[in-house]
Ligand binder design. Structure first.
Ligand code: ATP
Ligand code: ATP
Ligand code: MG
Ligand code: MG
Lengths: 165, 159, 159, 165
């Protein structure tokens, strides 16, 4: 199982629909300061069900919607979709490809979907639970988060290991 | 019955003891339970002694040594409980050239079992890529991407 | 009487308004008092808008943009209330090449009025040095230094 | 006025007496991770009167004394001296060179001196007060401290400017 693509539309600085086709192995993302690299990382944290505006560096959840720029008007909706290659059958579904998506509207309403069919966030968590992709996303280490692992209290480090268990 | 946590801690601590000396050749690192008799509430302490030093207090480690120790913990968890993919955003920013190389050597090993997405400004990290994505933002405040398979020509990722 | 703080804030805010667009060409930055009517208790808010963006919320800035904004505040204080020397320890670690160059251009200006000591791993920062110190630690866990005037041969700083 | 040299002896990883001769202009300090660069920065913070073990990355003040290594025994004392070139007469004393030093013994006792004569920390603060080198040392930006300026509360940023005023 691996991520075969990430599709952002209206999510943070990705106003236009943007597709990142990925492969197995190592993908390296580069670019100038402020260009949108960490926004891609936030998109992955978000589509997997994060409910914390703070871990998405915003003040409220609607901060993930493209806010506009001097040349472009803001959007009313943000959406992120990941396409998971399931040819190896790791996920407990009969599809060789599984699409997971999340959208948010300016009203604050959120919609999740698996292969285009609306579902709850819980359904996504269950679909991915055997892979270790829990809610805390210990697999996604955001910028500047490394220090927190060391300065955490011993109980927090325990929780970190428990999450991955 | 051994709890799920005890099992996981055992495996992570074992992986940490193996990975730490690879990131700190000649050093010693250990993960220890703060209260082994109380598996339900115990915390996890980190002991890290870089080579040639006696200091064990974590706060006295240097910036780069702290990054490397935290990476050893992460990699130990990744090894003990593998996941299909990992995303690391500029985790190697504080490392010097020698430690950066050690980090990249360990990263390359994970490539066998998992997909890795690394955000970086370091040229040496770019060199280990199978696929490179360049992100840019023009005056419009909108991000765009362009990809390049290492060893091939670039192609713009359009909408 | 204008308080010492009001005087200083005025000068720092003025310096910030001038320095911010030099670190963020086309951007806008301002330091604002949270409660201008209460000079004794007011706080200081930072507004930073990089070029081509509408976002003013500080938390949405990128890692490099945050470093650059914090550096603009520091440099504004240094300019408004100069000191004989400054020490900066790896403050430019998160900057890309273009921003690193802008940072170094501003740093070079401070050289006229103050002594600067910069700790770094960046090669481009080493190039602006008048004097370079290399620190090393051998297996003994003891630090040693060696200096080199840029443009001359190295000499070991002995005890 | 500028720092013409920094002398460390028994301070953190500087077991042997080490002299850094400095000049006006820009001095750049480089070296591998853990070699002792930030320890030099801590030495400057310490000799200027810092009382916070935390800002020196230790648990207690005595953590600044060389703790020993597998090949060397620990020391009983740490000392740092800075030599200030006062040829321009910036400091209110008749010397063209002013030496400020601080020593600490394993007992926890601290000694300050100006030009070799014992004094209190307050005397050093007064000597340097016109130069803006206050107790908070806003001129010394330690590793990783940049982020704190931005994430500080507005009242803390005010205090930062007040310190420099
Ligand atoms: N909702 C939004 N709408 C528009 N732009 C946004 C939104 N949220 C964040 N941004 C913009 O995205 C930019 C930050 O992008 P990001 O953090 O991904 O940069 P980065 O490429 O990681 O840079 P660095 O190398 O400095 O870490 C900010 O400049 C911010 O203005
Ligand atoms: N009291 C002490 N006695 C002996 N060694 C000490 C003492 N205090 C700190 N150290 C050692 O100093 C080292 C840290 O040095 P320092 O933080 O200056 O490194 P650095 O050169 O800044 O590295 P980096 O590039 O990673 O930031 C640690 O490895 C620590 O063991
Ligand atoms: Mg980033
Ligand atoms: Mg350091």
């Amino acid at each position: 199982m691996y991520l075969s693509s990430v599709i952002l539309h209206g999510f943070k600085s990705f106003a236009d629909k943007t597709v990142l086709d990925l492969e197995r192995g190592i993908t390296v993302v580069v670019g100038p300061n402020g260009s949108g690299k960490s926004n891609v990382v936030d998109a992955l944290t978000w589509v997997l069900g994060s409910h914390s505006a703070k871990s998405l560096r915003g003040g409220q959840m609607a901060d993930v919607i493209f806010a506009g720029s001097p040349e472009r008007r803001g959007f009313g909706r943000a959406s992120v979709e990941i396409v998971i290659d399931n040819a190896a059958g790791t996920l407990p579904v009969d599809y060789s490809e599984v699409r997971v998506s999340r959208s948010m509207f300016a009203s604050g309403e959120t919609e999740y979907a698996i292969n285009g069919e609306a579902c709850r966030q819980l359904d996504i968590a269950e679909l991915l639970s055997d892979t270790g992709l829990g809610r805390e996303h210990h697999q996604i280490v955001g910028q500047g988060r490394l220090e927190a692992i060391l300065s955490a209290r011993p109980e927090d480090r325990r929780a970190f290991i428990e999450e991955a268990a | 019955i051994r709890s799920v946590f005890a099992e996981a801690f055992h495996d992570v601590a074992e992986a940490f003891a193996e990975l730490f000396p690879r990131l700190f050749p000649g050093g010693e690192g250990r993960l220890v339970l703060t209260d082994p008799d109380d598996l339900l509430d115990t915390g996890v302490e980190v002991e890290a002694r870089p080579p040639g030093k006696r200091v064990k207090r974590l706060s006295l480690l240097s910036g780069g040594e702290r990054s490397l120790t935290a990476l050893a913990i992460l990699f130990a968890i990744f090894r003990a409980r593998p996941s299909p993919f990992y995303v690391l955003d500029e985790v190697e920013a504080a490392l010097d050239d020698v430690n950066l190389q050690r980090f990249l050597t360990v990263v390359a090993e994970f490539r066998e079992t998992s997909q890795l997405i690394l955000v970086t400004h370091q040229k040496r990290t770019m060199e280990v890529a199978d696929l490179l994505y360049g992100v840019s933002m023009h005056s419009s405040g909108v991000s765009r991407v362009i990809s390049q398979r290492m060893g091939e020509q670039p192609s713009a990722a359009a909408s």
